[in-house]
Design a protein around this ligand. Structure first.
Ligand SMILES: C[S@@+](CC[C@H](N)C(=O)[O-])C[C@H]1O[C@@H](n2cnc3c(N)ncnc32)[C@H](O)[C@@H]1O
Length: 283
């Protein structure tokens, strides 16, 4: 099948799935396996499900339903298809400029800077922040926790190995942020790929973590959760925002994505620090 035909098939299948069918499937998965997709945003979840039906040639939601409920391993393998892993280095450059100008300045005399990348995907955001910290001379004091629900994305994040195709784009962004910087200080550059140096990984602990269900027993100065909550409904967003509230030091920063919309109720927990870069401060 051509890519065009695959996309058409995914769109057609997605349109056939009703909200009630989606709800019953997610409730059944939650009841049987304890994995909770019940409050995910409907449109992107339906698209993920349609992607799975097409990929495994299961015909319809009923085919997927019976496969998932019989075969736990199959479901575990499907989780990555249900999630969206898009990310890049120095995504939204003005955020990193703001972090350099304000946060690095505030933290320059702090002995430890605790950072959580929640929903870190394949690691580009973590290594961007690690470069920002290094450039400010603060990486040695950073204590970084990087988490995601997707095992495949986490494995890539830990490896920090990116194709030369991606690198072309990332190098431009690196030079824009850090004109005098030498990429070879941070990356081992080979012909067909680049690998993040071990020196840039040493303060990072990686952990598989489900924001919807898993506890986090640590306090942080900064939490990044960019482009993750776009896939959550309002109930789930508030649940996660409460978790972040309990994990942030008073006055700590929450950095969200450009298209993340926070519920009205979140104003009780956070003040907007900078509207342009979507940085919030815990009350
Ligand atoms: C679009 S990526 C964002 C990556 C990065 N934060 C950025 O903005 O460049 C969204 C990530 O959220 C993760 N995710 C989705 N639901 C999650 C959950 N319940 N717990 C933890 N991570 C989740 C996905 O696996 C994916 O890697």
């Amino acid at each position: 099948m051509s890519n065009e035909a695959i996309n058409k098939s995914i769109t057609d299948i997605r349109e056939e799935i009703s909200d009630e069918e989606l709800k019953s499937l997610t409730v059944a998965i939650k009841t049987r396996y304890g994995i909770d997709f019940t409050n995910y945003e409907v449109k992107s979840l339906k698209r993920g499900i349609a992607r799975l039906i097409t990929k495994y040639n299961l015909g319809s939601l009923i085919g997927l339903w019976s496969k998932i409920l019989k075969d736990r391993e199959f479901l575990i393998g499907c989780i990555d298809d249900l999630l969206v892993n898009l990310t890049e280095m120095f995504r939204n450059p003005e955020i990193w400029e703001k972090i350099r100008a304000d946060l690095m300045e505030q933290y320059k005399n702090k002995s430890t800077i605790k950072i959580w990348h929640a929903g870190c995907s394949t690691g580009e955001e973590i290594y961007t922040m690690a470069i920002v910290l290094s450039q400010a001379g603060l990486y040695g004091r950073a204590d970084v926790t990087a988490t995601d629900l997707s095992s495949a994305a986490m494995a890539k994040a830990m490896e920090g190995n990116y194709s030369s195709f991606l690198w072309k784009k990332y190098l431009g962004a690196f030079k824009q942020y850090f004109p005098g910087g030498k990429p070879e200080d941070f990356f081992e550059i080979a012909e067909d790929h680049v690998k993040v140096k071990e020196s840039l990984k040493k303060n990072i602990s990686f952990k598989k973590h489900n924001l919807v269900q898993d506890p986090m027993n640590k306090k942080f100065d900064v939490i990044f959760c960019r482009n993750v909550m776009i896939y959550f409904d309002e109930v789930l967003k508030m649940k996660v925002l409460n978790l972040f509230y309990n994990c942030l030091e008073p006055g700590g920063y929450l950095i969200i994505g450009y298209y993340d919309m926070l519920p009205e109720q979140s104003k009780e927990l956070y003040n907007l620090y900078d509207p342009k870069t979507r940085i919030y401060v815990r009350k």
